[in-house]
Design a protein around this ligand. Structure first.
Ligand SMILES: CC(C)(COP(=O)(O)OP(=O)(O)OC[C@H]1O[C@@H](n2cnc3c(N)ncnc32)[C@H](O)[C@@H]1OP(=O)(O)O)[C@@H](O)C(=O)NCCC(=O)NCCS
Length: 186
């Protein structure tokens, strides 16, 4: 899965991770709020995180850093990861809590859809969520993802809802008309 990075939207940049992003990842993965709807909290261990980042750097599962263009600060991570339980690539987005509810998730999702449908080119983009993740479900619904099924994962035995976005529905996304994105050129 090769695609061009870094990538910019109106307010954000996504880029490949570097080893010195390890502290940021370790902090985010230890945040109970961030992890509440995606998995158990991971005890912070910066050295292990560095190792993991080295391993993942050229992998299709590499988490991509999300930065704010205005400050250059990291606000979360995203990317495409293989979900072995359903044997598909799916999207992941995790933002640090101070950045929730400001449309950044929507902007990241637009970038992911642009990459997926524009450069990787499969017809369907997949996302899976825990059924109580109302914030993520709202985001997916807003962008035209439809619920297509459920599965129970093999590690935590949790129920997940599977959502799909079809390429033809993605044509209405803001990314295709960047002027529609919030605060563009204002
Ligand atoms: C899920 C997540 C990526 C959403 O990002 P975000 O930047 O907060 O989302 P946005 O601000 O773009 O909001 C998306 C929509 O959710 C709505 N929303 C915000 N908070 C909500 C809540 N508590 N319940 C329901 N909807 C909510 C917003 O109003 C918006 O809808 P709108 O377009 O109709 O206004 C972010 O909260 C996050 O990183 N959560 C932790 C990790 C996670 O759960 N990732 C997703 C796993 S699949």
């Amino acid at each position: 899965m090769k695609f061009d990075l870094p990538r910019k939207s109106v307010r954000l940049l996504i880029r490949r991770p570097q080893v010195d992003d390890a502290e940021f990842f370790a902090r985010l993965n230890a945040s109970p709020d961030v992890r509440r709807s995606i998995g158990p909290v991971i005890e912070p261990d910066v050295n292990k995180t560095r190792e993991k980042l080295r391993e993942l750097q050229n992998s299709e599962n590499a988490p991509l850093i999300i930065e704010l263009l205005s400050t250059g600060g990291r606000i979360g991570y995203t990317g495409f990861v293989r979900n072995e339980d359903i044997d598909r690539m799916e999207i992941q987005i995790a933002l640090d809590t101070p950045f929730w509810g400001q449309g950044y998730g929507t902007e990241v999702l637009d970038l992911l859809a642009e990459i997926w449908f524009g450069e990787l080119n499969p017809d369907v983009l997949t996302a899976t969520v825990w059924p109580d993740n109302n914030r993520a479900i709202k985001l997916l619904n807003t962008k035209g993802f439809l619920k297509v099924g459920e599965y129970v994962d093999s590690i935590y035995q949790r129920r997940h809802i599977i959502y799909e976005l079809r390429k033809r529905n993605a044509n209405s996304l803001a990314l295709v008309c960047p002027a529609k994105l919030p605060s563009a050129n204002r």
